[in-house]
Structure formats: C-alpha cells, structure tokens
Design a protein around this ligand. Structure first.
Ligand SMILES: NC(=O)c1ccc[n+]([C@@H]2O[C@H](COP(=O)([O-])OP(=O)(O)OC[C@H]3O[C@@H](n4cnc5c(N)ncnc54)[C@H](OP(=O)(O)O)[C@@H]3O)[C@@H](O)[C@H]2O)c1
Length: 257
C-alpha cells in the first residue's frame, strides 16, 4: 500500500489523537475535528510525520464534509489511509431521547462516516490503493440497555463496513472495523450524566494508547476486524451463537449502564 497521506477524523482527543501520535511511515497526516485549538495541540506532539495538516469539520454537517473532501482531493488527489474515528455516545433510556439527539448521533457516527468514505473512496478505487479503518464498538456487537441509539449507530457502521469490504476488495483496498470495549477517554464526559457506567467499568477500561497501537499495527494489512479486549470478543461470539443467553447475561449480570 502507498503510504503518503493519512486522514483521521476525531483527531482532537481521545483515541483519534493517540492514533495520530503513533502513526508512522506517512508523509502527510490530516487531522480532522471541530476543535481547532485541540487539533493544534495534538499536531505539536506529532514529530514522526513530515507534514501535519489541520482541517476543521463538523461531521454532523453534510455540506462541511463535502467541502472537506473537495479540499482534500484538490490538494492531495487521493488519501491512502482513512481512519473514521469521530463519534460520540449517549447512554440513557430510549424513552428519554429527544428526536434531535437521535438525529445528531446518527449524523456523526453513521452518515458523516459514510459520506466522507463515499467521497474519498472514489479516488482510492481509481488508484487501486487504500485502507479504510472504521472505529465501531463492542456496542455494535452486543447491545445493552441504555445504549439503544449508540448501539444502533455502531451496528450500522459494522454492517456498512462488511459490505464495503466486499465491494472494495477487488481493487486491493482494505476495510477494517475496530470494536473496542470501554476505553479510558473523555468519551464518558458527554455520554452519561452520572458517570455510573464509567465508575463500574473503570478498572476494566482499555488504555487508548494500547487500542491505538493495535490500530496502527494493522495499517496496510488486510485485517477484517480488531476486537478488544479478548474476553469481550469471546462474549460477542457467544452472543451470536446463543442470543437468549446473551440477553440474559447482558440484562442481569453485566448491566453496568
Ligand atoms: N471511549 C470508549 O469507551 C469507546 C469504546 C468503543 C468505541 N469508541 C469509539 O471510538 C471513537 C473515538 O472516541 P473516543 O473514546 O476517543 O471519544 P472522545 O475522546 O470523546 O473523542 C471523540 C472525537 O470525536 C470528535 N467528534 C465528536 N463529535 C464530532 C462532530 N460532530 N464532528 C467532528 N468530530 C466530532 C471529537 O472532536 P471535536 O470535539 O474536535 O469535534 C473527538 O476528537 C468514537 O467513534 C467512539 O464511538 C469509544
């Protein structure tokens, strides 16, 4: 795989910034997010890549995504690595969701990801080169209470990626989905009002550096999925094989939200 230009969405913090700091071997890295100050801070810490570019984009706004993709194609012609990482979750009962909140989560986690991929994949197909890494979640494999909308967005990302992988394989383009369990990032600052879930899973939470390392190690390889940690990967397999047992365990034993 050609390794010249990489783009990471949600690069201003959390997992995205860790991936940006660890990624190696590319000439240019494009950091995308809404918060320019935070993007600039992350950029300062990237020493291993020659050119770091910051581009502001709200992934819930289709016009901004179109402008972003247009600028990238005009400036660079093609992206070699696209890491769709921007996303957020809100954990509360389904009946407490405002419809606008549901719209927003689907716009950022699903539609924004699909639009940007659609706009950038065309040049990958033309050049028969590229790797798309979509950050989904274990919540896209195992659904739990208070996670209806978030799980729905991540199931959508996995379904989209599974079909896309088949379509892009003949062009030599890889599609990898990353499905982590809880990661210790600022994600939980806006995902729940009482931080009860984070308190319950804090000890088990993955370190963002470790998740980022697995992702960076997969770049340029035809890896289907990265599932972390191992025990949740096993749980996800069990959930597929025995969904009723999975529902029981999720509702009665591992109901942390
Ligand atoms: N933390 C976890 O437990 C966990 C577990 C599994 C999967 N994930 C997934 O991992 C990814 C990264 O999450 P994280 O844990 O690193 O959370 P985080 O620390 O909250 O970072 C989320 C990133 O997404 C960006 N973002 C959010 N809304 C956006 C919008 N409307 N437009 C553009 N960018 C937006 C933020 O950038 P700006 O604020 O600058 O826009 C931020 O850089 C997400 O897709 C999340 O669903 C997280």
């Amino acid at each position: 795989m050609r390794k010249e230009i990489a783009l990471i969405t949600g690069a201003s913090g959390g997992l995205g910034s860790e991936i940006a700091k660890q990624l190696q071997g590319f000439k240019t890295i494009i950091l995308v997010g809404r918060n320019q100050e935070k993007l600039a801070e992350v950029a300062k810490e990237i020493k291993q890549i020659e050119q770091v570019v910051i581009l502001q984009c709200d992934m819930s706004q289709r016009a901004e995504i179109e402008a972003l993709a247009g600028q990238i194609i005009a400036d660079y012609k093609q992206i070699d690595l696209l890491i769709n990482n921007a996303g957020f979750g809100e954990f509360k009962y389904f009946s407490d969701f405002e419809l606008d909140d549901i719209d927003q989560m689907f716009k950022v986690n699903v539609l924004g990801l699909i639009y940007l991929t659609r706009l950038l994949a065309v040049s990958m197909i033309k050049n028969k080169n590229g790797h798309i890494i979509n950050i989904a979640s274990m919540a896209g494999k195992i659904a739990s209470s208070k996670s209806t909308i978030y799980s729905a967005t991540k199931f959508a990302v996995i379904g989209f990626s599974n079909a896309l992988r088949l379509e892009l394989a003949p062009f030599g383009i890889f599609v990898t989905t990353v499905n982590p369990g809880p990661i210790a990032t600022p994600f939980f600052d806006h995902s729940e009002s009482d931080r009860a879930y984070l308190a319950q899973v804090q000890k088990l939470a993955l370190k963002p550096e470790k998740v980022a390392q697995k992702i960076v190690d997969s770049v340029g390889y035809n890896k289907r999925e990265i599932n972390l940690p191992g025990y949740l990967e096993c749980a996800a397999r069990l959930y597929q094989l025995a969904p009723r047992i999975g529902d029981f365990l999720t509702a009665k034993v591992f109901n942390f939200k």
